[in-house]
Design a protein around this ligand. Structure first.
Ligand code: PLP
Length: 289
């Protein structure tokens, strides 16, 4: 039976657009599911999650992860899609080939689109977030379903063998990645050593470059997840891919510019930066070091 009572006195506000993340939990709160849900909130969509794995993680790195059974991942997706509806979906850490097979068949059956794939392989500390045999499943089962894939230069190297040193390399890599089957490819140059942060967007015909000034900081934990989540939020709000990518790039540039120290290692990007009543930096809890 539907509940009655206090809910009748609540003002009715329009429902926001919805977005789903299929990803791993970061116990440190800076990346993974936690980054995605914070980003969805900051980008004005209702966030939902299908958790694939629980990582044991802090600012110093990932010391382990525990996978959910593949059917439990599919059931989470089916549950929210069947009731609430999913405006746009993204993937992050998918952990194993078995989870990828379950996600691919569920996404295909439910026709979840737009579908953004962040081909996560490892953390910025270099800790593996995929079982070694899972990369082929990411390439062969997940990427061909994607509306957009968002690899960084390390993930590009794993997927294509292209070692990116220049913008020409980024274009070559984008062509090779597009041949794997996604509709759009965003090759991220943020991990190149210097210059502006330049990304290349490719739809199989045309290239577009997106440039933002680089913020020099080590505290960029969760930056890839945050960009993909912000793009997904834009798609859920009805933007087309180029506009959603441009909006995502604005959001991640602001979040990196507001990144902060946390713990004794790499701090996270600041998901809060567009939240108007966030306290000034001097009011924030101090560094525990
Ligand atoms: N932990 C989880 C659960 C993630 O999904 C990711 C990235 O997708 C990371 C950690 C890695 O974050 P970073 O590359 O910022 O270390």
């Amino acid at each position: 039976m539907m509940p009655t009572g206090p809910r009748d006195t609540c003002p009715v506000i329009p429902s926001p657009p919805t977005a789903l993340t299929i990803a791993g939990s970061d116990s440190g709160g800076g990346a993974g599911i936690q980054a995605d849900l914070k980003t969805f909130l900051a980008c004005h969509v209702h966030g939902m999650s299908a958790i694939t794995a629980v990582t044991v993680q802090n600012s110093l790195g990932v010391t382990g992860f525990y996978e959910l059974p593949p059917h439990a991942v599919s059931e989470q997706i089916e549950s929210v899609a069947g009731d609430i509806g999913v405006g746009a979906t993204k993937t992050g850490m998918l952990a194993s080939a078995e989870i990828m097979a379950a996600v691919a068949s569920t996404v295909r059956r439910l026709e979840l689109r737009p579908f953004v794939v962040d081909p996560v392989a490892a953390s910025q500390h270099g800790d593996a977030l995929l079982r070694p045999d899972a990369f082929a499943a990411l390439r062969d089962l997940i990427i061909p379903l994607a509306t957009l894939i968002t690899p960084n230069i390390g993930e590009v190297r794993l997927l294509t063998g292209v070692d990116i040193r220049s913008r020409a390399d980024m274009r070559e890599a984008a062509r090779a990645l597009h041949a794997l089957g996604p509709q759009w490819v965003l090759v991220k140059g943020g991990h190149l050593p210097d210059g502006d942060a330049v990304d290349v967007l490719f739809d199989g015909t045309n290239f577009q470059e997106l440039t933002a000034p680089r913020t020099l900081t080590d505290h960029t934990h969760g930056s890839g997840d945050t960009l993909a989540a912000a793009i997904t939020a834009g798609l859920a709000r009805g933007l087309d891919v180029p506009d959603a990518v441009a909006e995502g790039k604005r959001f991640i540039s602001g979040a990196v510019a507001h990144s902060f120290a946390l713990g004794h290692g790499l701090g996270p990007v600041g998901h809060f930066w567009r939240i108007r009543d966030w306290p000034d930096a001097q009011d924030a809890p101090s560094d525990p070091a």
